[in-house]
Unconditional design. Structure first.
Lengths: 565, 411
C-alpha cells in the first residue's frame, strides 16, 4: 500500500517542475498544478476508503542511524485522521488551483505562484502524515517559510512584505516554544514517535523540578504547554493572533488556502497529540481558556470591521478559538469536524469575496443599492423577538432532547450536554445579533427559513459530530477518556454557563426594551462603555500597538548596541 | 617513519599556496592568469588532501571547507584593481590556515602565529587607526604569545591558550573584536573566505580542548555564550553596514555552539558540522553582499531596496541563503538530540537553552528577514543601472549553499 507516498509526490514534483521549467511553459504551469493536485485528491479519497476498512498504514523510508532506537525517522503515518486531512487539503488545493488559473492570469509571478502553491500543498500533506514530532516539526517550519514566501508574492508591495514578515515572526515565537517541547519530550521520554511517546508518558510519568525543587511540574504538562504555544501561533490564538487579520494583501486564493488549510495546523497538532494532552488536565484547561479568549476577541473585533476580507479574517480567528476551545473540552474529534466544515465554508467565502472584489473593480457602481433594498418593514416587530427566543433558547434544548432519543446521546453525561447547550446558545445568539443588525427577520418567510435552517444545521452537526467521533476514535472509551480528562470542577463549569446565560438574557432584554421604546434604568457609565468598547475593538484591544511599541524600543536598543559592536 | 612522512607532506601542502601567494604578490601577472593559477592550486591541494594526507575526519572536513570557500571567493571574481590583489592574499591565507589545521605541535602553532601576524599586519596598515584597531592588534599579539607558549608550556598553559584562541576564532563577546575587525576590513569576496577560515580554526581549537573542559568551565562558558548571543543578536538587529551585519549574525550563531556544549555531548559529531554550516551560510550572504558592493559601491543595508525585481538571480540567491540561515539553529538541536542521554534535565540547563534559542533563533528570524526586506524586497530605485549576477557568481554562491546543506543536514 504505497499510494499515500504518491499523494505527497505529485504536488512536490509539480512544484519542482514549475520552478525549473515555469518560465518556458508559462501557458501550461496551471495545468501541471491542477493535474498533480487532482490526482493527489483522487488518491486521497481512495486512501481514506482503504484506511477506514483496513486500518492504519505506516512506513519508514529512512532513519538517521541504523539502530532501532533512531529518533530521526523519515516516514509516513496514515491513519483515519491523516486520511481525512489529506482529502480536505487536496480538495481545497484543487479548487484554489482551478480558481487561480484565471484570477492571476497576466500576473508576472504566475509561474512562481503555482510553483509555491504546489510546494505548499506538498508541505501541508507531509505535515499531516508525519509519524513523529521530528518530521512534524520540520514540515511545520517549512510551512512557515512557504507561507512567508507566498504572502510575499507581491514583494514590491510594502504592506504585503510587512505583513508577511509579521506572520513569520509570530510563527517563529511559537516555533521556539515548540522546539523546546520536542527537546523536553526526548529528554524525559526518550522518543519522538507518537505512539511510543503516548505509551511512555502514560506508563512513566516524570516530574520537572524548577528552581532547585521549589516548583515541581509534570513533564507531560510542561511539554504539552510548550507545544501548545506552537499551535497557538499557527492557529492565531490570543495573544499570538495579530498576524492573521493583516494578511489580506496577498492574492485571494492565498487567503482562501490560508484560512481553509494552513490555519488549521494548530488544531491538527492538538488532535494528533490528543492522547498526550489527555494525560494533562491542567493543560486542557489552559487550552480551553485561550480558546474562549480568542473566540470572544475575534468575534467582537469582527463586528466593527468594514472590509470584507478583514471581517472574514476576524471570523476565522473566532472560529479557530472555537476549535481550540473544543480541544480544551476534550472534544477532539468535534474540533476536526469543525475544522473541515470551517475550511470548506471559509474557502468558499474567500473565493466569493475575491470574485466580488474583482467585479466591483470592473464596475464601480456595484453593489446597486436599489436592488438590495429589503422589502420588508424596517422596524423590528414581535416576530423578531419570537424568532430570537425560539432560536437562542428553546431550540438547543429541544434538539438535545431529540438527540437523546434518536442518536442515543446520553444526557447522563451532563458535561457534554451542557457543552452543547453553551455552544448552541453562544453561536445562535451571534447569528441572531448579525441578523438583527441587518433587520432581516421581519417576515414569516425569513423567520421560518431561519429557524428551519438552524434547526437542521445544528441537528446535523450534532449527529455528524457524534458519528465522526466514533469514526475518528473507534476504540471503545478513547473519546470518553478525553472528556473525562478535560472535565472541569462541575461548580466552576456551572458558574461559567450561568454567567453566559445571564449575559445572553440581559442582552436580549436590553435590545427588546430599546426596540419597544421603553426606558429601563441603565447607569450612564454602562452606556459609555459601549463607545469605549467600540474604540477598543477598532484598535484591536491595542495588542498590535503594544507589540509595535515593544519592538520599536528593542530596535532603538539594538541601534545603540550595534554602534558599539 | 610513516607519521614523519605525513607531517612533511602536510607542511609542504601548507607551504605551497603560501609561497605561491608571496610570489604572486611580487611578480606581475595578468588577472586572468592569477585567477587560473589560484583555482588550479586549490584543485591540486584538494586532490592531495584526498589521496595522500591522512588526517582525522574532522580536520579533513574543516580543510575541505576552507578550500571550497577559497575556490568560491576566487571563482566569482572579475578583473578589477581590487581583485588583482585578492588572489595572492587568499593564497597566503589558505597556506597559513591549512598549516594550522593539518600540522601538529609547534609547526601548527607557527602557522597560526603567521596567520595572526598577517591579519594584524593587514589591520595595522589602515590609515586612520582607531583605538579599537589598537585593541584588536593587542589582542592579536596576546594570541600570538599564547599560541607559542602553549606549544612550549605545560598542560594548564596549553589549556588556557587553547581556550583563548578558541574564543577568539570561534568568536564570543567580548573576544569578538579581531573577527569583526577582519570581516569589516577585508575587501570584496575575501570577507566571505575569511569567515570560513576564522570559524574553521576556531572549531579545530575547540575540538582540541573540548575533552579537557571541566563541568564548571562549561557552565561559565554557557553563561558567557548566553550573554554573547543576546548582545550580538541585538547588534545584528541594529546594524546597517553589510559586513558588520554578517559579523554580528555570525557571532550570534556561534554563541549557540558554545551554549550547547554544556547540554549535548560529543562536540565533534554535532558542533563541527553546525559551525561549518554557519560559516558557509554567512559566508554566502557576505559574498552576495560583495557582488552588490562591487557593482554599486553599496555598503549600507536599506539604501538599495527592491533588488529582486531588477536582479531576479540576486533575489533568488538571497532568498535561498536567508531561508537556510533561518533554520540554522535547528540543525544542532536535532543532531545533538541523537547524542544526548535521556533522563532528568537540570533546570538551569533548560533555562539556558530556552533563552539561547530566544536570543539566536527568534532574533535571527527578525534580523535576517529585516535584512531581506531591506535588500531584496520592496520598491526598487529607478536611478540605478542594474545588472544581475553573472553565472560565475551564481555558481560560487550555489557551491556555498550546497556546502552548508551538506554540512548542516547530511554530514
Amino acid at each position: 500500500m504505497t499510494i499515500p507516498i504518491l499523494i505527497l509526490l505529485f504536488p512536490l514534483l509539480a512544484g519542482i517542475f514549475i520552478w525549473v521549467f515555469g518560465s518556458r511553459i508559462l501557458a501550461h504551469v496551471a495545468k501541471v498544478g491542477v493535474i498533480a493536485t487532482s490526482i493527489s485528491c483522487l488518491l486521497s479519497a481512495w486512501t481514506l476508503y482503504y484506511v477506514s476498512n483496513e486500518g492504519t498504514v505506516q512506513f519508514v523510508f529512512w532513519t538517521l542511524n541504523s539502530e532501532d532506537s533512531a529518533i530521526l525517522k523519515v516516514g509516513m503515518l496514515v491513519d483515519r485522521l491523516t486520511a481525512i486531512m489529506m482529502l480536505l487539503i487536496t480538495s481545497v488545493s484543487v479548487v484554489i488551483h482551478v480558481y487561480s488559473v484565471r484570477y492571476l492570469e497576466g500576473d508576472p509571478g504566475y509561474a512562481r505562484f503555482f510553483g509555491l502553491l504546489s510546494f505548499m500543498t506538498f508541505v501541508i500533506l507531509s505535515l499531516v502524515s508525519s509519524p513523529n514530532l521530528f518530521m512534524l516539526f520540520v514540515f511545520w517550519q517549512l510551512l512557515s517559510l512557504a507561507l512567508y514566501l507566498i504572502l510575499n508574492f507581491n514583494y514590491s508591495h510594502p504592506d504585503a512584505c510587512r505583513n508577511a514578515f509579521k506572520t513569520f515572526f509570530v510563527h517563529r515565537v511559537g516555533d521556539v516554544s515548540f522546539l523546546l517541547g520536542i527537546f523536553l519530550a526526548y529528554k524525559y521520554f526518550g522518543t519522538l514517535e507518537f505512539n511510543e511517546l503516548f505509551k511512555m508518558a502514560a506508563e512513566k510519568p516524570r516530574v520537572i523540578s524548577l528552581f532547585s525543587g521549589m516548583i515541581d511540574m509534570s513533564a507531560v504538562t510542561a511539554i504539552a504547554i510548550f507545544i501548545f504555544v506552537g499551535a497557538m501561533a499557527k492557529s492565531s490564538q490570543f495573544p499570538l493572533h495579530v498576524w492573521l487579520p493583516d494578511t489580506m494583501d496577498s492574492p485571494t486564493p492565498v487567503s482562501a488556502l490560508m484560512h481553509a488549510g494552513i490555519i488549521n495546523a494548530g488544531g491538527f497538532l492538538l488532535n494528533r497529540l490528543a492522547p498526550f494532552y489527555a494525560l494533562s488536565p491542567d493543560t486542557l484547561h489552559i487550552v480551553f481558556l485561550i480558546g474562549v479568549l480568542t473566540v470572544l476577541l475575534g468575534a467582537s473585533m469582527m463586528l466593527v470591521q468594514n472590509d470584507i476580507k478583514k471581517t472574514l479574517g476576524f471570523s476565522t480567528m473566532g472560529q479557530m478559538g472555537y476549535m481550540i476551545m473544543e480541544c480544551g473540552l476534550g472534544a477532539f474529534a468535534l474540533a476536526i469536524f469543525h475544522l473541515i466544515a470551517h475550511g470548506l465554508f471559509k474557502a468558499t467565502l474567500f473565493l466569493g469575496a475575491g470574485s466580488g472584489i474583482h467585479a466591483s473593480r470592473e464596475e464601480p457602481k456595484l453593489p446597486y443599492s436599489s436592488s438590495h433594498e429589503v422589502e420588508e418593514k424596517k422596524s423590528s416587530n414581535q416576530l423578531t423577538w419570537v424568532t430570537g427566543l425560539v432560536v437562542t433558547l428553546m431550540m438547543p434544548l429541544f434538539i438535545l432532547m431529540v438527540a437523546h432519543d434518536m442518536l442515543d446521546i446520553h444526557l447522563l453525561n451532563a458535561h457534554g450536554a451542557v457543552i452543547f447547550l453553551f455552544f448552541s446558545w453562544v453561536t445562535v445568539s451571534q447569528v441572531m445579533f448579525s441578523l438583527y443588525r441587518l433587520q432581516a427577520v421581519d417576515s414569516w418567510k425569513v423567520a421560518c427559513t431561519m429557524i428551519g435552517a438552524l434547526f437542521f444545521i445544528v441537528f446535523i452537526y450534532l449527529w455528524a459530530g457524534e458519528e465522526f467521533t466514533h469514526f475518528l476514535y473507534p476504540e471503545p472509551g478513547v473519546s470518553h477518556s478525553f472528556f473525562v480528562a478535560a472535565a472541569f470542577n462541575p461548580r466552576v463549569f456551572d458558574v461559567i454557563i450561568l454567567i453566559a446565560t445571564a449575559f445572553i438574557l440581559f442582552g436580549w432584554f436590553v435590545v427588546y426594551t430599546n426596540a419597544k421604546g421603553q426606558k429601563i434604568f441603565i447607569s450612564d457609565w454602562i452606556v459609555s462603555v459601549r463607545k469605549q468598547m467600540y474604540i477598543l475593538l477598532i484598535n484591536r484591544f491595542y495588542v498590535d500597538r503594544f507589540y509595535v511599541r515593544w519592538s520599536n524600543s528593542i530596535l532603538r536598543l539594538a541601534e545603540k548596541v550595534a554602534h558599539r559592536f | 617513519m610513516m607519521i614523519d612522512n605525513q607531517h612533511t607532506v602536510t607542511i609542504i601542502l601548507a607551504l605551497f599556496p603560501l609561497v605561491l601567494g608571496i610570489l604572486l604578490r611580487v611578480v606581475k601577472i595578468s588577472f586572468s592568469n592569477l585567477k587560473y593559477i589560484g583555482l588550479a592550486t586549490i584543485g591540486v591541494l584538494g586532490i592531495i588532501l584526498v589521496v595522500i594526507v591522512e588526517a582525522d575526519p574532522s580536520t579533513q572536513f574543516l580543510s575541505f571547507a576552507v578550500l571550497l570557500s577559497g575556490f568560491c571567493a576566487l571563482f566569482c571574481q572579475e578583473e578589477s584593481q581590487q581583485d588583482s590583489g585578492s588572489c595572492p592574499s587568499s593564497m597566503i591565507t589558505l597556506g597559513f590556515t591549512l598549516g594550522t589545521l593539518l600540522c601538529h605541535g609547534l609547526v601548527s602553532r607557527l602557522f597560526l602565529c603567521g596567520l595572526l601576524g598577517y591579519a594584524a599586519f593587514s589591520l595595522a596598515r589602515e590609515k586612520n587607526r582607531s583605538f579599537r584597531t589598537t585593541l584588536i592588534i593587542i589582542h592579536f599579539i596576546v594570541a600570538i604569545i599564547l599560541s607559542l607558549s602553549s606549544a612550549l608550556g605545560g598542560d594548564s598553559l596549553q589549556m588556557l591558550a587553547g581556550l583563548f584562541l578558541a574564543v577568539t576564532f570561534l568568536p564570543l563577546v567580548p573576544f569578538h573584536l579581531p573577527f569583526v575587525g577582519m570581516i569589516e576590513g577585508v575587501k570584496g569576496a575575501l570577507s566571505s573566505f575569511w569567515i570560513v577560515v576564522w570559524l574553521a580554526i576556531g572549531l579545530a581549537e575547540l575540538n582540541m580542548i573540548y575533552p579537557s573542559l571541566s563541568t564548571e568551565t562549561l557552565f561559565v562558558i554557557s553563561l558567557l555564550s548566553l550573554a554573547s548571543a543576546f548582545y550580538s543578536s541585538l547588534a545584528a538587529l541594529g546594524q546597517k553596514q553589510s559586513n558588520l551585519f554578517v559579523a554580528a549574525a555570525t557571532v550570534a550563531h556561534v554563541s549557540l555552539v558554545w551554549g550547547l556544549l554544556n547540554i549535548f555531548p560529543n562536540f565533534p559529531s554535532w558542533g563541527i558540522a553546525f559551525g561549518l554550516a554557519i560559516a558557509f551560510v554567512l559566508g554566502g550572504i557576505c559574498l552576495v553582499f560583495s557582488f552588490v558592493r562591487q557593482r554599486y559601491g553599496w555598503t549600507t543595508i536599506g539604501k538599495l531596496p527592491g533588488l529582486s525585481a531588477p536582479m531576479p538571480r540576486f533575489g533568488t540567491m538571497m532568498v535561498l541563503l536567508v531561508s537556510l540561515a533561518l533554520f540554522l539553529p535547528a540543525f544542532p538541536m536535532f543532531s545533538g538530540l541523537i547524542l544526548m542521554p535521556t533522563g532528568d534535565a537540570l533546570d538551569v540547563q533548560l533555562t539556558i537553552i530556552f533563552l539561547m534559542f530566544i536570543a539566536v533563533w527568534l532574533a535571527g528570524g527578525w534580523f535576517f528577514l529585516q535584512m531581506l526586506h531591506q535588500t531584496a524586497f520592496g520598491t526598487a530605485r529607478t536611478d540605478v543601472p542594474y545588472t544581475d549576477l553573472r553565472i560565475t557568481e551564481i555558481v560560487a554562491v550555489t557551491v556555498l549553499l550546497l556546502g552548508a546543506g551538506y554540512s548542516g543536514l547530511l554530514y
